[in-house]
Design a protein around this ligand. Structure first.
Ligand code: ASP
Length: 314
């Protein structure tokens, strides 16, 4: 039997104590705790890591403060278009969706792509059509409406910017994210099987068909029982250049590094190429790492010994 373990994130960026109220902080913490408990429940009953990451990410998608599912940011047209991906470390099968609308839990749809189609990534109208055919739960536009996201869209339109969640660098061609809200989970079950899942609402005011790392296997999500399971959050363009999720696994596989060393090297590489953000990862022994190179990352993990939820760097 392997040691069961689960880790989650709710995005990374400029997350400072000085800009947080105690009420908001406790809301974030309870959202993270609740998601960890939902996943732990599956693992502790002897369930598989794939089910654990799916229900955990679904819980984070249902939580309105994170930029995924219900809390997704608005496109220029005032819609919510979501990306998600999932990977099974035992079979190395994967599924992903990009640009889906009105799907309550995009991560469920990503899993259905993996299990019910010969494909890996479905996008836009085709992905929405697939959602209808699969009968996945849909939700009306109002379900995805949150005041703070709407205000972000109005600000971004006023400034003529396409922004990652809370980006505030109007002069940069690639916007510089200051606080990101994508969600993700990685897990190791009692059989030593690994899985990873990631989900996002993408960028506020997006209108050019931009797809980020969250929809891309190898960049935002990766899992292989022989190395590790990884879920990323941060400035997606750099995670795509660095193939960041796979980079951790490759360093373990080809350099023979343990998870901690591999994760450190990957974070160094991400920083070198200019990317802000972080990732969570677990190996088949239940070792967890949650490295990031920005001010904070909503994150947490649960093992047999402890349950930890953290937000800031210190
Ligand atoms: N990686 C995501 C993207 O670039 C954003 C995030 O992690 O918040 O779409």
């Amino acid at each position: 039997m392997s040691k069961i373990a689960i880790a989650i994130h709710g995005g990374a960026g400029t997350i400072l104590r000085s800009t947080m109220t105690p009420e908001l902080e406790s809301e974030y913490r309870s959202g993270l705790d609740n998601a960890l408990n939902v996943g732990w429940e599956v693992l502790s009953r002897g369930g598989g890591s794939l089910d654990a990451v799916e229900v955990t990410v679904s819980a984070l998608e249902d939580f309105p403060l994170f930029n995924a599912g219900r809390g997704s940011v608005f496109t220029h047209e005032g819609k919510n278009e979501m990306d998600a991906s999932i990977m099974d470390g035992k079979t190395n099968r994967a599924g992903a969706i990009a640009f889906v609308r009105n799907v309550k839990n995009p991560i469920r749809l990503a899993r259905l792509v993996m299990e019910k189609t010969p494909h890996i990534l479905l996008a836009a109208e085709g992905a929405n059509e697939f959602a209808k055919q699969m009968g996945v739960e849909s939700a009306p536009d109002e379900y995805f409406f949150t005041d703070h996201r709407w205000q972000q869209l109005q600000d971004a339109i006023k400034d003529g910017q396409i922004r990652l969640d809370h980006a505030d660098d109007p002069k940069s061609q690639i916007p510089n994210p200051k606080s990101l809200g994508t969600v993700g989970a990685v897990a190791c079950d009692g059989q030593g099987n690994l899985a990873a899942a990631t989900s996002t609402g993408g960028m506020t005011n997006k209108k050019f068909g931009r797809v980020g790392d969250t929809a891309l296997i190898g960049s935002g999500t990766y899992a292989d029982n022989g190395s590790c399971a990884v879920s990323c959050t941060g400035h997606g363009e750099y995670f795509m250049i660095g193939v960041t999720a796979y980079d951790v696994a490759a360093r373990m596989k080809y350099k023979g590094l343990d998870l901690k060393k591999a994760a450190n090297e990957t974070l160094e590489r991400l920083t070198e190429i200019g990317g802000d953000g972080g990732f969570i990862a677990v190996d088949a022994r239940g070792t967890i790492v949650l490295p990031f190179n920005c001010e904070g990352m909503y994150r947490g993990y649960r093992t047999e010994d402890s349950q930890v939820v953290e937000i800031y760097r210190d």
